[in-house]
Structure formats: C-alpha cells, structure tokens
Design a protein around this ligand. Structure first.
Ligand code: AMP
Length: 278
C-alpha cells in the first residue's frame, strides 16, 4: 500500500488507470478507523481493481463549536488497517482546498431534516468535500456506511442530480457486540457514558421489536423508544421514509428509525430499519 498526500499526483494516476479500463473504488473517511470503516473496504475490494481510501478531517463539515480540533487521530494504526483490508492507496492530503476555494455543493430538501436541522451547514460541508474527493479520485464506485444514513441519502441525491457517474454503495451499520454503533467518537466516552450510550441502540431495538409484534401507531412507538433512552440531551428520535426521509405517518412500507443524542459533549447517532407487520 502506498500513502499519497498530493491530490494532483493521485488524480493523474486515477486518470491513467481509468483510461486503461481499471475500475477505481473509493472509501472516504475521517480516520481513527474501526471495523465499521474496514467493512466498507471489504465491500469495495472485490468490486474494483484499484482501491483508494482517504483520511481527511474536513473542516467544512464541522460547526464552530464542534470537535474539529480534538477529533481523534491515529495515522499509523489507520495505515495498518487499510493495508490489511486490501487498500492500494491511502490518500491523506494536508489540505484539499485552494486558499481561494469558493464553491459549495448544496443538496436541497433531504439535508434539511434530522442532523441537517441540528447541524447547520454540516451537509454542505459533506457534499462539497465528497464532490472534491470524487474529482480527485475519479471513482467508478464509492462505499458509504448506513451508520450515517442521511449522509448516504444526500450523497446518492447529489450523484444523481449532478450526473457524477459514480456507483454509490451503502454498507450495513457495524456494531460492537453489545449493540453500540461503532463510531470514532466513541473514544470520547467515559465508561459510564459508554454504558448509557447503549440506550440508543436499545431504544431502536425496542421500537423494531414492538413494530414486529404488531404495534402500528408511530406516536406510541416513539414514546416506547424514548422511555429507553438514558442520555444527557436528545437531539431527535424520529421515524422516516428511508428514501425520501419524509416523516412516517403510519401505514405499510419500509421505515427507518433515527436517533441522535448527547452524552456529555459527545454527540452520537444511530438508526435501524423498522418493519411494520400490522
Ligand atoms: P467517518 O470517518 O465517520 O467520516 O466515516 C467514514 C465512513 O465510514 C462513512 O461512510 C460512515 O458512514 C462509515 N461508518 C462509520 N461508522 C460506521 C459503522 N459503525 N458502520 C458502518 N459504516 C460506518
């Protein structure tokens, strides 16, 4: 595995490989890699000839009071994990933006709810950096995790609306054995906070189980989930359509439950498919 830092060198090589007919696969990350990230590499690896993973803590997607400066980093460990999961090039740019960078990619609608409503500007930062990274890496396919379910939906929409020609693949959310969704931000949690953080997945599982047992009223289901939560502040607990992210108002069809909450200063998110049987 090679480590590249220069976007121009990576872009030139990607162009050559595409011209030779190679399929370029891409897994973008912010580093401090865990089994959720490496699962995306495992999905991409058999689908491409040349696999690029990026590590870039993108300042554009952090709000002024968020954790950009203390975001966890482990370049050595990250490189070992990428190498072990078949990555050909680990792209670690020092910066991606020209000093006079002035373009923002903004996806309407989908990004105005859930995390978009709670983190103004966040998804503009995400779509702008992903578009920028796609310009460098020129991937045939890119894999994103369902851990960030709304992010995946927003990126799919951007790729469709701008005809970017990238196949976007969603990877299932990977959890610790006790149910906690893996996240680089779990490193911030004290043992007591980590124990209470389990209440996010517990709430979602309780809702899925009740729906499976025939509960049909969305309000009652949300109350059941909320009763499970042991967090310092709840950002949202909602049921939405997995494609449009429109609020779920009842009736048949696929539904996704979404939760975001804070334990101390740490903000965690989780989501789960809900199957209504009633
Ligand atoms: P991040 O480094 O947090 O920006 O995440 C990089 C990619 O890894 C995104 O596509 C995330 O959705 C994905 N990811 C992060 N955590 C998980 C997880 N627990 N399971 C699956 N994918 C994940």
């Amino acid at each position: 595995m090679r480590i590249l830092r220069d976007p121009a060198a990576l872009a030139a090589e990607a162009l050559q490989r595409r011209a030779r007919g190679e399929r370029v696969g891409f897994v973008p990350t912010m580093g401090f890699l865990h089994a959720g990230h490496t699962s995306l590499m495992d999905i991409a690896r058999p689908r491409c000839d040349w696999l690029v993973t990026s590590i870039y803590v993108n300042p554009l997607q952090f709000g002024p009071t968020e954790d950009l400066d203390r975001y966890p980093r482990d370049p050595q460990g990250d490189a070992e994990k990428c190498s072990a999961h078949g990555v050909d090039v680990l792209f670690m740019p020092d910066t991606l933006y020209a000093p006079d960078h002035s373009t923002t990619v903004k996806v309407g609608g989908l990004q105005e709810v859930l995390c978009g409503a709670k983190r103004p500007g966040h998804f503009d930062g995400v779509t702008t950096v992903v578009a920028r990274l796609f310009g460098v890496v020129q991937p045939n396919l890119a894999v994103f995790g369902e851990k960030d379910f709304q992010q995946l939906a927003v990126i799919r929409r951007m790729v469709r609306d701008l005809a970017m020609g990238v196949e976007v693949i969603g990877g299932p959310l990977v959890r610790d054995a006790d149910g906690l969704a893996l996240s680089s931000r779990n490193a911030y949690l004290s043992p007591e906070q980590r124990r209470r953080a389990l209440s996010l997945s517990r709430a979602l599982r309780a809702m899925a189980a009740a729906a499976g047992d025939g509960a049909a009223d969305p309000g009652a289901l949300l109350a059941l989930g909320a009763a499970q939560l042991d967090v310092d502040a709840l950002d949202y607990l909602e049921l939405r359509d997995p494609d449009t992210l429109a609020p779920y108002l009842g009736g048949p069809g696929p539904v996704r439950a979404f939760v975001a909450a804070r334990l101390g200063p740490t903000r965690l998110i989780d989501n789960l498919a809900i199957e209504f049987t009633a």
